[in-house]
Each structure stands twice: as structure tokens, then as C-alpha cells.
Design a protein around this ligand. Structure first.
Ligand SMILES: [Zn+2]
Ligand SMILES: [Zn+2]
Length: 327
């Protein structure tokens, strides 16, 4: 059994702009696993003359007192025609590529992260050329969007590392934590393991707090989290936008206890069913923490007869982090 927990804290708050409070600030970068895989596939495409490809990932932000959440928004690949021939580096792009990326930062009001791939397994480390190039163009993004963090990411075949330039700070900060949302579910599908997800929100409304959450059991071959309307880019963006609004550390032990215990109950129902209504299908339960109620979600009936189409590709089989490379 695999259980992946997730805490979301929520309430409307104005835009981002606070600098980190010293070295204790935690930088947490989140992206959908489907987006990470799409980026790797894009960067692995051969180019007519460049040895490697690069791109830009736009990001939105949520901050609390001690942490900054960076949420990947959209990947912008560099057009084939915007690479210039330079044998000294793997890839060099021209001013048109840079103008496109700067325009995205300006019109979408996002931070921009340069992305490239180191084709190996394990954590990728920047070369001296990487640092030299980043120092050349990251200041342009800071000029266009001075109140937002910008940076650079390196992907490997199974890893990621990154650095972030904060507003009004010259030295970049290494990103501490990366979460690939949906990776765990993908691994469970591959190895035919039932997957349990628990998550909750805390909203501040009229001076009080509203707690709600959900428990999802996803069975291999049956509905997945995406079928139930989870793992969506807009939900992640909402999460980043409201991050930390209920305080950096809201008291969530007891609601998480209810959710985790319900997940254990759903597992026991699978392994030793004690009643005739027990089935081994995917299910989602909504939790109302203010009224202390857990109920079968109305979404279950809505998608019950719709087969899951989210895990039908060849890359969904085999090692969850491996995908065939173009020759
Ligand atoms: Zn590199
Ligand atoms: Zn699905």
C-alpha cells in the first residue's frame, strides 16, 4: 500500500513580493509529473545542428513566513530556428528566443526558469558554462519582472536541481525540495498497487477557518486521480496562490488523522472485506472538517462507467522513470 499525503492551506492573499527571511527559508518547487515528462521528451528531440535543446518554464509563487512554493505553470520550448550555431556550447539561442521568453514573463506575470537536460541518471549539477550563461540572461528577466523570482533548472533522466534568484538578492538560492505530483500514482499503476491519496485545505473565511479534504482510493485499471478531477494544473496554481495563508503551520493533526484512518479503513476493506457492500473499485470520499463528516463523493457516480484513459501509453509500462529515447 502506498499513501501519499498532501497538505494545502488556503485563503486569498495579495501577490508575491516578500524576500526570504534569511537562510531558513525553504524553496519548494512543484510540478505535475505529466509536465515533467513532456519537458524531458521535448528536450530529448534531436535538433538539426544544436547538440542539445533548452526551454523556459514559467512559474507562479506562493509564500509563507518560512517558505516559498514555486509552481511550474507552462513549458515554452525554443523554436528550432532560434538556435544559433556555436560549437563551443551544447546549445545557444538567439535574441528572438529571449524576446519570446521575456514577453511571456511580461504578459503572463510569471517568473521564468531556464531549463535544460543533462542526459544521465541521478542529481544533475551545473557546469561552469551553465553558470556563465545563467548569469548572462537571468538579469533580463529580473529587469522585466523585478518583483518575481526567476532562475534555472537542470533535469536529468530521473532527477532535477535548480537555483532561484530572489528579488533584490544577487546570489541565487538552491531550491531545496522538488515534488513531482503524480509520480507516486504512476509507479503504483505500473506495479498494480492500490494507491491511497489524502489531502486537505484550510480556508480562512470571515475570521474563522473552514477545513475540508478528501480520501481517494485508486485501483489499477480503474479510475485514477485525474478521472476524479484531481492532479489538475489549475488546482496546483490555486494551492500556490493561497499557500501559507492560514499560517505557516496550521494545526492539522486531527483532520489528517481522520483522513489517514479512513484510508486505512479502505485498505482493510480490500484485504479483509467485512461487509457485502465492500467493492474493490476506485472511490473518493469528501471530508467536511467543520461538521466532522466523511461522505462518498458525488464524483464517484459521475465517472463510475467512464474508463480511465490516463495510463494507456507505452511509457506508462515498465520502469516508471524510463522512457524510450529517440534515436
Ligand atoms: Zn548543463
Ligand atoms: Zn484516469
Amino acid at each position: 500500500m502506498v499513501v501519499e499525503g498532501r497538505l494545502r492551506t488556503a485563503e486569498s492573499r495579495p501577490g508575491f513580493g516578500r524576500p526570504p527571511e534569511g537562510p531558513a527559508v525553504i524553496l519548494h518547487f512543484k510540478l505535475l509529473e505529466s509536465l515533467r515528462q513532456a519537458i524531458v521528451r521535448d528536450l530529448q528531440r534531436p535538433h538539426p545542428h544544436a547538440a542539445e535543446r533548452v526551454g523556459f518554464l514559467s512559474g507562479r509563487f506562493g509564500d509563507s513566513a518560512k517558505s516559498l512554493m514555486i509552481l511550474a505553470h507552462k513549458f515554452h520550448s525554443v523554436d528550432d530556428a532560434h538556435y544559433v550555431i556555436d560549437r563551443k556550447v551544447g546549445a545557444r539561442f538567439n535574441s528572438a528566443a529571449m524576446r519570446m521568453a521575456l514577453q511571456v514573463a511580461l504578459s503572463d506575470d510569471v517568473g521564468m526558469f531556464h531549463v535544460h537536460l543533462h542526459p544521465h541518471l541521478g542529481p544533475p549539477k551545473p557546469s561552469s558554462i551553465d553558470w556563465r550563461e545563467w548569469h548572462k540572461f537571468v538579469p533580463d528577466f529580473r529587469h522585466v519582472r523585478p518583483k518575481l523570482p526567476h532562475g534555472a533548472l537542470i533535469l536529468s533522466e530521473d532527477g532535477i536541481s535548480g537555483w532561484c534568484w530572489y528579488p533584490r538578492q544577487d546570489a541565487p538560492i538552491q531550491i531545496h525540495r522538488f515534488t513531482s505530483v503524480g509520480l507516486c500514482l504512476r509507479a503504483c499503476r505500473r506495479y498494480l498497487i492500490p494507491y491511497f491519496d489524502i489531502g486537505m485545505d484550510v480556508h480562512l473565511v470571515d475570521g474563522g477557518a473552514v477545513i475540508h479534504g478528501q480520501v481517494i482510493r485508486s485501483m489499477p485499471g480503474d479510475q485514477c486521480l485525474r478521472c476524479f478531477g484531481f492532479l489538475r494544473q489549475d488546482l496546483l496554481e490555486k494551492e500556490a496562490q493561497h499557500y501559507g495563508a492560514a499560517g505557516g503551520h496550521p494545526q492539522v493533526i486531527w483532520p489528517n488523522g481522520v483522513l489517514a484512518s479512513t484510508a486505512v479503513g479502505l485498505f482493510v476493506e480490500l484485504s479483509s472485506p467485512w461487509h457485502f457492500r465492500a467493492d474493490a473499485r476506485s472511490a473518493m470520499y469528501d471530508y467536511d472538517g467543520n461538521r466532522h463528516i466523511v461522505l462518498l463523493s458525488s464524483r464517484v457516480a459521475a465517472v463510475r462507467d467512464i474508463p480511465c484513459r490516463h495510463f494507456g501509453e507505452v511509457s506508462d509500462l515498465g520502469d516508471p522513470l524510463w522512457s524510450p529515447r529517440p534515436e
